[in-house]
Design a protein around this ligand. Structure first.
Ligand code: HEM
Length: 413
C-alpha cells in the first residue's frame, strides 16, 4: 500500500490514520517501511501492527534491544559526550543489568503506596484547574486543562520543580520529542540548545538537592543508592531527570484530551459516568486504549529471527505500533467502539514487558482525579471548533480542542 509511516506525517494531523493501520494489519501486519535519512542513502524499518506481534517483541528484551534508539532515528554514537549521554541513557533506552538497576532504584517511588501520598494534592489540583476553566464561557481544553494538569503533577508535585521552571522543562521535552511539529515553531538549532540547557539545569538541580534535600523525587533520586551500594552520580542523575520528563506529562495530557473528546462526542456515556463515577476506572482503561497516546516505540533486533511471516535480520529496526495493536480485531471485540464497560481490556498503551511504563499507576490516578473533578461540575462542554492533533507519528497529542461551557445536558436524574 502507499501509506508511509515515516514520511506521511500530515496523515496524523486529524488523529491516527486508522484506515491505513487497519489495512496494514489485514494485508501486511509486519511491513518494511522506508526511512529517509538527512545524510546518506535512505534506510528502513519493520512496522509491527498486530497485538500478538507487539507483545512478542516487547517480551523478548534480549532478541530486541532498546539501546540503539527508541525512535526511528538512531541514538547519538556511544562516543558522544555529555549532554548526549543523558539522552542515550534515559530508561526506555537501557537494556539488561543497567536497566534493571535503574528500575530497581526508581520503582519504590511509583508503587501504589508511594503515589497515594500525592493523591490529595492531585485531586486539589484537578478541582482548581477545572473550576478556573469552567468560570469562563469557553476555553481550549489542551491549553487550560489537559497540559497544565499533568505538567503540574509530574514536574511539580512529584519531581519538585518550582512553578516558574515547569514550562521550560515541558518545552525541552516538546523540542526533543516533536522537532518537526509546526505547532511549537522550534528554531532550527533548538534541539541542540534544549539538550544543553536541560543538562545544565539537571546538574544544578542535583547539587541543590544534594545540599538541601526536599520532600520531592529529585531529592530521593539524588540521595538514593543502587542495590550494589553505588551512589547516584551527577551524570546518572541527569539520566533519571530526562526519564522523568520524556513521555510523562505529554502522554497523560494526550490521554486526558482524547478521553474528554470521546466523552464530549458521546453525551450518553458522559451522563452514565456522571451518574455513577465508580465506573471511572474501567472508563479510564478504555480512554487509554482509545487514544493510545504513544504511537510507537522502536527496538533493534539482535539476531536473525521470524516475526509473523517476515525474516527479521540482526540489526534491523522494529517499530511497535501501539494504536494499531489496540484496535486489533483478533483481540478486541468491536475495536472501533468506545466501550467503557470493556473487560478485559488488554491494551498496550503503557507498553509491555521489561519496559512497561513505570508511571502507569500515577497516570491512572491522574486521569481518574481529573475526570472525577470534571464530572462533578453542574455544567458540561460542547465542542466549538476543529480538533488539531500533532503532526507527529510518535505522540498522539491534541494541540487544540475549543469548547464552550454549556448548561447541564448531562445533569443527574
Ligand atoms: C497515559 C500516560 C502514559 C502513557 C500512555 C505512557 C506510555 C508509556 C509506554 C508505551 C512506555 C513503554 C516504552 C517502551 O516499551 O520502550 C512507557 C515507559 C515509561 N514511562 Fe510511561 N506513559 C505514561 C505516563 C507516564 C508517567 C506519568 C510517567 C512518570 C512520571 C512515566 C514514566 C515512564 C518511564 C520511566 C518509562 C520507562 C520504563 C522502562 O523503560 O523501564 N510514564 N510509558
Amino acid at each position: 500500500m502507499s501509506f508511509s509511516f515515516a514520511t506521511d506525517l500530515d496523515a496524523f494531523v486529524a488523529g491516527d490514520p486508522h484506515e491505513a493501520f487497519t489495512q496494514l494489519r489485514r494485508e501486511e501486519p509486519v511491513s518494511w517501511q522506508r526511512l529517509p535519512m538527512l545524510h546518506g542513502p535512505d534506510q528502513g524499518f519493520w512496522l509491527v501492527m498486530r497485538h500478538h506481534d507487539v507483545v512478542q517483541v516487547s517480551r523478548d528484551a534480549e532478541g530486541y534491544v532498546s539501546n540503539e534508539g527508541t525512535l526511528l532515528v538512531d541514538h547519538p554514537p556511544s562516543t558522544a559526550p555529555p549532554p548526549w549521554t543523558m539522552i542515550k541513557s534515559e530508561f526506555c533506552s537501557l537494556d539488561g543489568a543497567v536497566h534493571r538497576a535503574y528500575r530497581d532504584l526508581l520503582s519504590p517511588s511509583f508503587t501504589s503506596k508511594a503515589i497515594a501520598v500525592l493523591e490529595t494534592r492531585i485531586k486539589a489540583r484537578a478541582e482548581r484547574l477545572v473550576s478556573e476553566a469552567f468560570a469562563e464561557d469557553g476555553f481550549d481544553v489542551a491549553e487550560k486543562l489537559a497540559v497544565p494538569f499533568p505538567v503540574g503533577v509530574v514536574l511539580g508535585d512529584l519531581l519538585g520543580l518550582p512553578e516558574e521552571d515547569r514550562f521550560r522543562a515541558a518545552y525541552w521535552s516538546d523540542v526533543l520529542s516533536a522537532p518537526e511539529d509546526p505547532h511549537f515553531k522550534h528554531a532550527p538549532d533548538a534541539t541542540i540548545r534544549a539538550v544543553q540547557e536541560m543538562y545544565d539545569y539537571a546538574v544544578a538541580l542535583y547539587h541543590d538537592r544534594k545540599a538541601q534535600p526536599q520532600d520531592d523525587l529529585a531529592s530521593v533520586i539524588a540521595h538514593a543508592r543502587f542495590k550494589d551500594g553505588g551512589e547516584v552520580s551527577v551524570d546518572v542523575f541527569t539520566h533519571f531527570f530526562w526519564s522523568m520528563i520524556l513521555g510523562s506529562f505529554d502522554t497523560t495530557a494526550a490521554s486526558i484530551a482524547g478521553g474528554l473528546l470521546a466523552l464530549i462526542q458521546r453525551p450518553a456515556i458522559a451522563r452514565e459516568l456522571r451518574d455513577d463515577t465508580s465506573k471511572l476506572p474501567l472508563a479510564v482503561e478504555e480512554m487509554l486504549r482509545w487514544v493510545s497516546a504513544v504511537v510507537y516505540f522502536r527496538r533493534t533486533a539482535t539476531r536473525d529471527q521470524m516475526l509473523g511471516d517476515k525474516k527479521i535480520a540482526a540489526g534491523d529496526r522494529v517499530a511497535l505500533c501501539y494504536p494499531s495493536a489496540n484496535r486489533d480485531e483478533e483481540v478486541f471485540e468491536n475495536p472501533f467502539e468506545f466501550n467503557i464497560h470493556r473487560k478485559p481490556n488488554p491494551h498496550v498503551s503503557f507498553g509491555f514487558g521489561a519496559h512497561f511504563c513505570l508511571g502507569a499507576k500515577l497516570a491512572r490516578m491522574e486521569m481518574k482525579a481529573f475526570f472525577e473533578a470534571l464530572l462533578a461540575r453542574p455544567q458540561w462542554l460542547k465542542q466549538t471548533g476543529d480538533v488539531r492533533h500533532a503532526r507527529s507519528n510518535f505522540l498522539n497529542r491534541i494541540h487544540t480542542l475549543p469548547v464552550e461551557v454549556t448548561g447541564a445536558p448531562c445533569s443527574r436524574r
